[in-house]
Write a protein that binds this ligand. Structure first.
Ligand code: SF4
Length: 323
């Protein structure tokens, strides 16, 4: 099937899912807690949102079941510091996910951003249940321990790497995505090179790259030795290029494999967009109504310019039905 006749870049009207998780009728965001007890030196959230507060498990289960009854196929668990769930109500993220898997029937549960600490060793066993999607966004922020110390991050590089290894040893091709701050105050060339080497060694399916900008009221805003804007720009460009090649390498590993794909939207040229369990974006052409359907399909290739996986259309149909 010649997908080049169809415009992969023509976006549906809802949103273009440039952010990590797209919104849509088939995905609901469930906020399970607020606040954070940590004090990363660049973070304004913790000052603005206060202490950790977890919602009761029963409320969360009810909300997920309500969404499922309304036709939502995927619940994304969110919060300010999701890994801290339960610190104030004698529970834990592990207990919450276990209960959700047991007491809801929504086909897909997904974790959004989770700080790479406060997770027990056995956490990744939860992913043996195929309803928990094999993807986590674990913010790294820097791949250099001296920078992480200045950021007051609780997880240094060796612990981060161990966490990722554990995830990938439990679930092959487990997708780890991350955030990284470029040009944190005092970041030297040597520290930057350490970050690049670490990032390359771990390998990420996707990276959100931020150039450091001070937030008033944070410790980092008062730090001396800022990195010049031009240096930040160059480092950011370098990291974007690395992120792109890591993403391509990660996507390549899925070609030829079969996945349950949640189809979401179709653009005006008849190209459907959906997501694999690993949260890789997939496209196919079909005249059928696929919205909200979970269909088992083979990934036939990777369209490199758009960075999308392409799914074989078993019916080979290219008829475009107006939306
Ligand atoms: S753990 Fe996350 S939310 Fe908490 S202070 Fe650090 S960056 Fe902010």
């Amino acid at each position: 099937m010649a997908l080049q006749h169809f415009d992969l870049s023509a976006q549906p009207s809802l949103d273009d899912s440039q952010t990590l998780f797209s919104r849509g009728r088939h995905r609901a965001f469930i906020k399970v807690q607020d606040g954070c007890r940590y004090r990363c030196t660049y973070c304004i959230v913790t000052l603005a949102r206060g202490a950790e507060r977890s919602r009761p498990i029963e409320d969360i289960i009810d909300e997920v079941n309500r969404h499922h009854r309304a036709g939502v196929q995927e619940a994304v668990i969110t919060g300010v510091h999701v890994g801290g769930y339960g610190s104030d109500n004698d529970s834990s993220l592990y207990a919450l996910i276990s209960e959700l898997l047991e007491r809801t029937e929504i086909p897909r549960l997904r974790l959004a951003s989770v700080e790479p600490w406060d997770l027990p060793d056995h956490f990744f066993r939860l992913f043996h249940n195929p309803r928990l999607m094999p993807h986590m966004h674990l913010p790294l922020q820097s791949g250099c321990d001296s920078v992480l110390r200045r950021m007051a991050r609780r997880c240094k590089t060796a612990e981060f790497e161990r966490l990722v290894d554990r995830a990938r040893s439990e679930i092959p091709l487990f997708n780890v995505t991350t955030d990284l701050i470029v040009g944190f105050p005092g970041e030297t060339d040597a520290e930057w090179q350490q970050t690049l080497r670490f990032v390359e060694r771990v390998g990420f399916g996707h990276m959100h790259i931020f150039s450091f900008s001070p937030r008033e009221g944070t410790k980092a805003a008062a730090m001396v030795d800022p990195v010049a804007e031009e240096v930040k720009r160059l480092r950011s460009r370098e990291l974007h290029a690395l992120a792109e090649s890591m993403k391509t390498a990660a996507l390549d590993q899925h070609v030829g494999k079969e996945y349950e794909i949640l189809w979401e939207r179709r653009n005006q040229t008849g190209v459907w967009t959906g997501y694999t369990p690993h949260f890789h974006r997939v496209s196919r052409v079909s005249g059928m109504g696929l919205s909200g359907k979970i269909v088992r399909q083979t990934i036939c290739s990777l369209d490199r310019p758009s960075g999308r996986l392409l799914a074989m259309d078993p019916l080979q149909t290219i008829e475009v039905i107006p939306v």
